[in-house]
Design a protein around this ligand. Sequence first.
Ligand code: BGC
Length: 380
Amino acid sequence: MKRKLLSAILCIAMAATMLVGCSSKGTDTADEGTTTTEDTTDEAAPAEANGYKVGVAMPTQSSERWINDGANMKAKLEELGYKVEMQYAEDDVQAQVSQIENLIANGADCLVVAAVDSSALVNVLAQAKQNNIPVIAYDRLLMDTDAVSYYATFDNKGVGTAIGNYIVETKDLEAAKAAGESYTIEFFMGSPDDNNALFLYNGVMEVLQPYLDDGTLVCKSGRTSFEETCILRWSQETAQQNAENYLSGFYADDKLDIACSAFDGFAYGIKAALEGAGYTAEDWPLITGQDAELMAVKNIIAGTQTMSIYKDTRLLADKCVTMVQAVLEGAEPEINDTEQYNNNVLTVPSYLCTPVAVDKDNYEEVIIDGGYYTEEQLAE
Ligand code: BGC
């Protein structure tokens, strides 16, 4: 009896939701209260609203790249007439779950999700699926779920091989090997709950492992596995602590020559640790990074970071938007990989953008001429 009553209530509730949902399509051009974290009031209104609402869940504003990602995504979706509700979870897994629940409850027609913890959203994504809300994984793959339709990202293994190749070429490891010389190196890898981090590590090691094996690269801490070098939630503080521990524990006599870091945030922490340990321009190591954040490019110009990986978030947003259009309006999404990204349930059709290594020799051409930052921003 109770069951019947409950299902009757659910049916009425569902019918009501459907009615509300239907009536909003194509007619809802006015402002609807949203809890977007961005002020949208002074942005150009889209030419014509199409009545679809896209919920965007982003991981954190503590790193510049995600702020740019969110802003680009929002602008592109609004240009196409979609209404956007965007949330940032500040690296709090539970907060992101609640935010996605709210996006669903607020009537999102599609979700774009860059996860804090790629495996922690299984239940809330199942809820989206039950409500027929398609989900696009943005930059980070959503693991252990069948509720994801497409994945837009950069070639994450390619990021790792680009970092590895940069080290090989800049330090001329082939010449060092022939001369029987060696360089010291330490590794600072990404978050174990982010599928991208292992891809990056595998790319780095595909290039550098042979040089570790033949002694051209020497890791004095002995920490070379992913498990030993990963840093939870991409924490700059942990990277700094690790660097401090390595420098005091293993580099009292020999200097550190290379800090193989998977993230600009880590590079800032490593820089602070090196300064604390008395390193100067004379013995400053090669430091890698990822994201080409404004601060990182400034550091590259100043010589305290050697390189970064430029990921044009405008391009990523473009590709993601084609996926949103595909799930909402039946358009053809751009896909260029149907093999690499298996989330333990399915292999997700993906678009991989190409990462580009930037350093002091090419940042003007890539970053400034590419319109990513202006000369003025970099000079401030
Ligand atoms: C992204 C990187 C970023 C890192 C930390 C990863 O998922 O692919 O671009 O540096 O998260 O935010």
